[in-house]
Write a protein that binds this ligand. Structure first.
Ligand code: GLU
Ligand code: ZN
Length: 482
């Protein structure tokens, strides 16, 4: 239990808008959000857009859209006179400038005048001796700017110490900072780099837990040293495992879509996605697979996050999506399908979608499957007359069988044109010993395809007029068969 002495939890997600919103980034956001919500804490969204060349507004929009789709909300931001922020590093440059100036003033940071060529030469010389690259500190203790030279970057004086921290997931982690050399923290006063800006922000935003992907673990000692120099208090760290392809390489498009919104666009439900992402590297204590957001919030536990990489399992994703699809009633499912029907060029009116959906929904894995399997309701696909022939029947039987079925179906009044009355009518003309002789061509006549729902269900959706029209077309097509 949290004691009263504990600081309120404050976490952040700090994506760089330099590419599509990756599943891994969404998962990082989710873990932070679950943790904040469980502890009654604050979740901050901070767009790390200091890399001007690579940051794009459209990627920031994609981040916001993706989080909104998942239902992940943030709690703070600059006051913009409307809904909160997010924070953007590009809007905080004055702040970083102040802290950079402070470090320069205290001589814990300094201007480096070395050119790219000089640094490259230094690197080559080290490599020739079999040593890893490291800045030798030539400009560290300059009393004044060397004549005729321009400052190239700002470096932080990295002390030669061992840096150790306790990671909530990985346990004790230690680094020898003596290997780093003096790291670059800014191009100039107006252009801080990631390791510096992140420390200032985490410090000022009073972040208590830094929960982020494992590939940032080697940045952590650098950030700790900068944080100490700036005098901010220490957050706890939790580095979450990477998402891997089935062959255990880092997740890539070779195996599956990596962009979150691709999943929305192909018709995965957001709750299924959230459930799936939560299980990428974490499992609840009990043997549970299906957990709605509220359950995830109550069960989530950082200490149960695994160290090993989390393998992306498409089958599991599909299974979960099916489970969540089952939970939607016909009405809600039809609502969710509107954009998918529209995109498929089919009617996008819920009243028309709904009956068709009820007949085909059991086969769907994702929303985009539904218009594919429901299309025949709206437009009869062309088919080969030979498809009307049941495998155990002679071609010549098809037309008479369909004619018998048609006559029986025609007796059912419009108002009763549903499963019950239709089954009774057809039952009268079907020979129980060879049901397929009538039912097979009837199904093909109504759907134009070899696999489809039960003919009585199809007719219930099509209505009497359209059903009879399709059967008449089939009778005509079948009369050419011999
Ligand atoms: N901008 C960094 C990223 O997107 C943030 C890392 C962090 O959470 O500190 O990877
Ligand atoms: Zn230098």
């Amino acid at each position: 239990m949290a004691g009263t002495h504990e600081k309120p939890v404050r976490v952040r997600m700090a994506p760089s808008p330099t590419g599509h919103l990756h599943l891994g980034t969404a998962r990082t956001a989710l873990f932070n959000w679950l943790f904040a919500r469980q502890r009654g804490g604050v979740f901050v969204l901070r767009i790390e857009d200091t890399d001007v060349e690579r940051s794009k507004k459209e990627y920031e929009e994609e981040i916001l859209e993706g989080l909104a789709w998942l239902g992940i909300t943030w709690d703070e931001g600059p006051d913009v006179g409307g809904p909160y922020g997010p924070y953007r590093q590009s809007e905080r440059k004055e702040i970083y400038k102040r802290y950079l100036a402070q470090l320069l003033e205290k001589k814990e940071a300094y201007y480096c005048y070395c050119t790219k060529e000089e640094l490259e030469a230094e690197k080559q010389a080290l490599a020739a001796q079999g040593l890893p690259p490291k800045y030798g500190g030539r400009c560290r203790d300059l009393a004044a700017a060397p004549a005729g030279r321009t400052p190239q970057v700002i470096r932080f004086k990295v002390p030669e110490v061992k840096v150790e921290f306790h990671d909530l997931i990985r346990g004790k982690v230690s680094f020898d900072a003596g290997l780093f050399g003096d790291i670059v923290i800014a191009k100039d006063l107006d252009n801080p780099l990631y390791n510096f800006a992140v420390v200032v922000d985490d410090g000022l935003m009073e972040i208590t837990h830094v929960i982020r992907a494992e590939d940032h673990i080697s940045n952590t000692p650098k950030q700790i040293l900068i944080r100490c120099a700036l005098g901010f208090s220490e957050p706890l760290y939790a580095h979450i495992p990477l998402i891997l392809n089935p062959d255990r390489s880092k997740m890539s498009k070779r195996f599956a879509d990596t962009a979150l919104l691709d999943y929305r666009n192909t018709g995965y439900l957001s709750e299924a996605m959230m459930n799936f992402l939560a299980f990428l590297g974490w499992h609840p204590r009990e043997d549970e697979d299906i957990l709605a957001p509220a359950d995830l919030i109550s069960r989530f536990d950082l200490e149960r996050v695994q160290k090993a990489g989390a393998v992306f399992d498409q089958e599991k994703m599909n299974w979960l999506n099916r489970e969540y699809l089952k939970k939607l009633d016909d009405e809600n499912l039809a609502e969710a399908l509107v954009p998918f029907f529209r995109a498929a060029g089919l009617p996008d009116d819920v009243r028309r979608i709904r009956p068709a959906v009820a007949a085909v929904r059991s086969r769907a894995e994702k929303l985009s499957d539904v218009p594919v399997s429901a299309r025949f309701f709206f437009e009869l696909p062309p088919y080969e007359p030979s498809l009307l022939v049941w495998k155990k029947a002679a071609p010549a039987t098809v037309a008479p069988a369909l004619a018998r079925a048609r006559a029986a179906i025609a007796t059912v009044p419009d108002a009763d044109f549903k499963r019950e009355a239709l089954s009774a009518a057809i039952g009268g003309v079907v020979d129980p010993a060879s049901r397929g002789e009538v039912l097979w061509p009837l199904r093909v006549a109504l759907s134009g395809q070899a696999t489809s729902p039960d003919p009585v269900d199809i007719m219930g959706v099509l209505g009497k007029e359209e059903s009879l029209r399709r059967i008449d077309l089939a009778v005509a097509a079948a009369s050419g068969l011999a």
